[in-house]
Design a protein around this ligand. Structure first.
Ligand code: DGJ
Length: 631
């Protein structure tokens, strides 16, 4: 519920309240976020009066931005948003450079409106409510130094005690303005010390929980590789140092965004904390022309007084009910057998059918043909971009194979990596300029491949055409959409020099465009995202692909940590988890079959090993595991 009275605003959920107000000069003062305060509609102004900071004098370092408020130093109060240049020396929410080169903004309250729907940022994923429910509060602020307006958009998700937020800049002037930063969320709090929990890692080490006590200074969790990454997930949790799993104040923010992100906590000398989350401003420089608008991605924000478990349950519910869409939202996910660890690139129809038949006999429901089926893909050195059948491996092509798999009573799934191109590919030979690189300079290769320039429409159209063809000729029921390298030499030949700072963000907008078009064209297909394992495991991806491959590390013991970290925010229906062979291919550990299944049960279950080459006894155990999981 949204309550408004005399410039005071309260966002109420069953167990939380979020309260802010405008002051006499039009600054937005943040007053409260936490356990619910029951407020009558006509009582809000009174509550805000009690909560408002009493500012009676300046401190020795105060900077006074406005003579109308002689004691107000913006650095000393909790603000709903802040900008550079007017005395708030903390990290800002928004940063613009005007045509004259100046970078001081002074956003003041102009008006508000309430919309009877959940608004979402254009071109980006957004939380939704079923059946057009939902309300949004939009606060418009106007910059005193330019003709730029800033809309702060809030949505209230009552059933999970979550709020969603994003910002929208509108250039109503005649000159282009440079946007160097527009975060998704700022939260200023009265808190001297916080325990921050974030999730770091690397390949095969995703979602490693990391705890830091912040008393002074700044703590930053960010990524610059071009996607949300296995190095730092956008999930950011902060709590009282005494908070336990089940008790105490706990807050979390996550981003519906799959690109470079930054979350920070900054402690002030007088017991205030600022939390910011959004696109990583270090890699953003956006030209906002006259009449144009620019949105930051949506952030989801939640609070619980029931500790980490409270916050985690609320985020699970949020993802399941307000992010995951389409046919598979509430459907049981098929138990799958994946070919990767069973045969890697040595794909042969005969082997595939034997594996599929054995899996079907054990009760599995979906066969996924992983990498190695197309072009001349005998290793990772070639063929990404050439999405035609390799007839030596699949004599009757995807169409014939799919028919045979379906005849075994299994669904058929396929692996693709649409965003990439191998240097050794027909596509690259034909369109070398389609890859992200700087003309005339050497470029880095990752897994022998390059990133396609998704900022370009013709590149996206090629991908749509080739993927539509793969999905239809293979009559696929499931797609594993992989993405295996970071963006280096970030540059697009299709953009002018002053727009190169837009490439990272435009790339992700391109990814979302591809996902949106392909999921709409193939609504019945189950999509699973993957990025060398869990490198792009974020709410933005889950909006299109309801499940993600959690990690390339399939060792059950390693997985305990990885799946535990992931489970702090993401529901088990979103986590791909498979039983693999022993000795494990990543860490060479030998773990009993029942232990491997006991771990893999806590996700979207499957097998990723050659079940034709294990003892008969183990095959029987697998059949009973499949039965158990279905129950
Ligand atoms: C990386 C993925 O994480 C693996 O599961 C597998 O699909 C390989 N790519 C295939 O190249």
């Amino acid at each position: 519920m949204i309550i408004v009275q005399d410039g005071c605003f309260a966002l109420q959920t069953p167990h939380t309240s979020y309260i802010f107000r405008k002051d006499a000069a039009g600054n937005l003062l943040h007053l409260y976020y936490g356990e619910k305060i029951e407020i009558e509609e006509e009582g809000l102004a009174k509550v805000c009066e009690i909560m408002a900071p009493v500012i009676t004098n300046q401190n020795g370092c105060s900077l006074i931005a406005d003579t109308a408020q002689p004691n107000l130093c913006l650095d000393d109060v909790c603000l709903e948003i802040s900008s550079r240049g007017k005395g708030d020396m903390r990290e800002p929410y928004v940063e613009l450079v005007l045509a004259d080169g100046s970078s001081t903004s002074d956003f003041r309250y102009e008006n508000y409106r309430i919309e009877e729907s959940l608004l979402t940022p254009e071109g980006l994923p957004g939380a939704y409510e079923e059946k057009g429910n939902g309300q949004s509060l939009v606060i418009t602020l106007a910059d005193r130094n330019s003709k730029v307006k800033l809309e702060l958009v809030y949505g209230v998700m009552e059933d999970c005690d979550c709020l969603v937020r994003y910002g929208r800049l509108v250039n109503s002037g005649e000159e282009t303005v440079t946007v160097n930063r527009l975060m998704s969320m700022q939260l200023d709090m009265e808190a001297g010390v916080l325990k921050i929990t974030d999730f770091h890692g690397d390949w095969a080490r995703e979602m490693a929980k990391n705890e830091t006590i912040l008393r002074q200074g700044k703590y930053v969790n960010d990524t610059s590789v071009g996607f949300s990454s296995n190095r730092a997930n956008p999930l950011f949790i902060w709590a009282d140092t005494e908070t336990t799993q089940e008790y105490g104040d706990c807050y979390a923010v996550n981003l519906l965004y799959s690109g470079n992100h930054r979350e920070s906590a900054q402690a002030g000398g007088h017991g205030k904390m600022r939390i910011l989350a959004g696109m990583n401003p270090d890699y953003l420089c956006w030209q906002l022309e006259a009449g144009e608008a620019f949105c930051s991605p949506q952030a989801v924000l939640t609070y619980s007084h029931q500790g980490y478990q409270g916050v985690s349950g609320q985020l699970h519910y949020f993802v399941r009910e307000h992010i995951v869409r389409g046919e598979w939202k509430h459907k049981e996910r098929p138990i799958l057998i994946n070919s990767w660890e069973a045969m890697y690139f040595d794909v042969q129809e005969k082997k595939i059918l034997k594996l599929a038949r054995t899996a079907a006999n054990a009760g599995m429901e979906l066969f996924v043909l992983d990498d190695g089926w197309f072009g001349k893909r005998n290793s990772d050195a070639s063929s990404l971009g050439d999405w035609y059948d390799n007839k030596e491996k699949l004599p009757t092509g995807l169409a014939g194979l799919s028919e045979k798999i379906h005849k075994l009573g299994l669904k058929f799934g396929i692996w693709v990596e649409p965003e990439m191109v191998s240097e050794d590919s027909d596509l690259y030979r034909k369109h070398p300029d389609w890859a992200v690189r700087i003309p005339g300079q050497e470029h880095a290769l990752g897994r022998n491949q390059m990133v396609l320039d998704l900022t370009r429409e013709e590149v996206r159209n090629y991908i749509i055409e080739s993927m539509s063809d793969v999905f239809s000729r293979g009559k696929v029921d499931y797609v594993k959409w992989d993405m295996n390298r970071s963006i280096t030499e970030c540059y697009s030949v299709a953009l002018p020099s002053d727009r190169q700072g837009e490439v990272f963000h435009r790339y992700i907008l391109g990814v979302y465009d591809l996902y949106e078009r392909l999921t709409s064209e193939f609504p019945e297909v189950l999509f699973e995202s993957c990025s060398s394992g869990g490198g792009r495991f974020d709410p933005g991806m889950l909006y299109y692909a309801p499940q993600g491959w959690t990690s390339d590390d399939s060792d059950a013991i390693e997985r305990l940590k990885i799946q535990y970290g992931t489970s702090l925010c993401y529901p088990i229906s979103s986590m791909g988890s498979h039983v693999s062979v022993i000795p494990n291919h990543q860490v060479f550990r030998k773990t009993p079959l029942h232990t491997r299944a006991n771990v893999a049960y806590f996700g979207t279950f499957g097998y990723e090993l050659d079940v034709t080459k294990i003892p008969e006894e183990d095959r029987n155990v697998i059949a009973s595991q499949v039965e158990t999981y279905k129950k």
